[in-house]
Write a protein of this length. Structure first.
Ligand code: DGL
Length: 271
């Protein structure tokens, strides 16, 4: 079996896996959530690189020819280094793709005011990756980023749909819109945030469009495989999905069921 690997620091990447499987159910997938070491968002550049590289090596050891970093923080802090320095000498025929570029590619078609907000982890915001990528494609856009350090812990700890989450959500949205009142499009630049979507929607003025990444990442992957039939031919197509976590598989099963809407069957443990 030669599955597509999908990686995140925790449960967030399951939102990406869901969208990808909806559009491309025919492939085999391996999902790895590094739950024991999540969140990554507040960790240093070097640590995120080291953890992400370990995950990539595990997924390669499990025969994935292609890996999606379903994590903005890892895409911001580790992807380029892996693509430029690790792959060429270790696995020149395998690919690792991220989630920031495909999101930056579509956002210019959504904003009318040309004022874009980005809500993400501290690591993603500090990296300035969204500003850089959006400006390459839509130089006329003003991009305002704001870190939401409480949001991933709310999701990882199963608090995301509780009333206690409301304060943290409203406060960040008000702060962002105070920084730039002309924003009409907000990127949810962390794959955990779709779980908070209903509450974010509730506290955002209705004229603001929220960009949730899943379907755009899936469409971009679909397009990538169309343009790279050689890679497509190498991927096995049995429609299976296996899950791995660095935490306890029982805890993963319970939480992941909320994310994917069904109980994941095949769950293993990776150190
Ligand atoms: N889901 C991840 C992201 O998209 C990271 C969350 C974290 O570990 O802080 O950025």
């Amino acid at each position: 079996m030669t599955p597509i690997g999908i990686f995140d620091s925790g449960y967030g990447g399951l939102t990406i896996l869901n969208s990808i499987r909806r559009q491309m159910p025919q492939y085999d997938y391996i999902y790895f959530g590094d739950n024991a070491r999540a969140p990554y968002g507040t960790r240093s550049f070097d640590v995120v690189y080291e953890f992400t590289l370990e995950a990539v090596k595990q997924l390669f050891a499990n025969d994935c020819p292609l890996i999606i970093l379903g994590c903005n923080t890892a895409s911001a802090k580790a992807l380029r280094n892996i693509q430029q320095n690790y792959l060429p000498h270790s696995y020149p025929d395998r690919r690792v793709l991220g989630v920031i570029r495909p999101t930056a590619e579509i956002v210019g078609q959504h904003t009318r005011t040309r004022h874009i907000g980005v809500l993400a982890t501290e690591g993603t915001i500090r990296s300035e990756s969204y500003n850089l990528e959006i400006h390459k494609l839509s130089p006329d856009c003003t991009v305002t980023g704001l870190a939401c350090p409480m949001w991933v812990p709310l999701v990882e700890n199963g608090e995301y749909n509780k009333p206690s989450a409301d304060y943290f959500i409203r406060e960040r949205i008000d702060t962002l819109l105070g920084m730039d009142p002309h924003i009409d499009t907000i990127i949810l630049g962390c794959t955990h945030y779709p779980l908070l979507y209903d509450k974010i929607r509730q506290y955002c003025p209705p004229h603001i469009e929220l960009i949730s990444q899943g379907e755009y990442i899936a469409a971009s992957l679909c397009d990538y495989l169309r343009r790279h039939p050689d890679m497509d031919a190498r991927l096995s197509k049995g429609g299976t999905v296996r899950y791995y976590t660095s935490e306890s598989p029982d805890r993963f099963r319970e939480q992941a069921t909320l994310f994917i809407g069904e109980m994941p069957k095949d769950i293993g443990h990776w150190e």
